[in-house]
Design a protein. Sequence first.
Length: 307
Amino acid sequence: MKNRVTRMCISALIFMSSFSFLSEAQELDAKVSINTQQIDASYRSRFETLQTDLQEFINGQQWTAAQFSDQERIHCTFAFTITEMPSTDSYRASLTIQARRPVYYSSYQTTTFNWKDDNLSFDYTEGQTFTYNEFNLDNELIATVAYYVYLVLGADFDSFSYKGGEPFLRKCESIVSQMQSSESKAWKAFDDKKNRHAVITALLDDNQADFRQLWYNYHRLGLDAMYQSMDKGRAQISSSLPLLANVRKANGQTPLLSIFISAKQDELINIYSEAPMTEKQNIFKTLQDLYPTYTNALSKIKEEYKE
């Protein structure tokens, strides 16, 4: 697959001092955590098994046809918080997913996905076996995990080549389609402007394609180019950020703006810490127009750099 080759070539350069094709691994290096502080202590022990089994499931499943070396695996976390037990073996929870990838010729890891889903409801019996059949999904927890695995893959591959993550985003679309019989509003159109249906619909919407152009420009042409010239890499990011305005114009309620700022807020402040003041002010104005509720946090962009 051409996009996979592109990612492999870049990854090989990133890890050129230690890269080896001798060992092959699955795509993800995921860590699963489960917070049970909000439920009765007598039920908490069962989640130790769930945590172990979910982590083994995510890391052991072959999610793509591509081969990854150990060094190429995508580092990510799936952090569950159990909020309620409506009945025995039934749970409500939130799920925060984070993923990152290395920046070319750098030890720095950039966040490629940082998202919280507050609408997870699922059934689980201790010792339950997890299997994934992409053509026959009937388990709410596994469907949700698979959906976010493919979003993580899509965001990662999109950062290496324009729309390189398309096959994985289409997997998300298929999962959403299959889960329309679910009672959960997380899968339904128009029920929530930031739910699973809304996110994948926005990512695959041609009218909002400037987001994925920005994503590629930001990572491959911006961050990955900074080893050669910090100023030129930053300039690529600066010239691409206005694409977010096009995305908002295409859909005023798009979740893509939230996806971007949740992953990149702190990084943007760091990127522009040593920029000329005029550039700082211009970028702050661009971002303030897009994210008025983040004005206080983003105002750090305008601060003078101090050793």
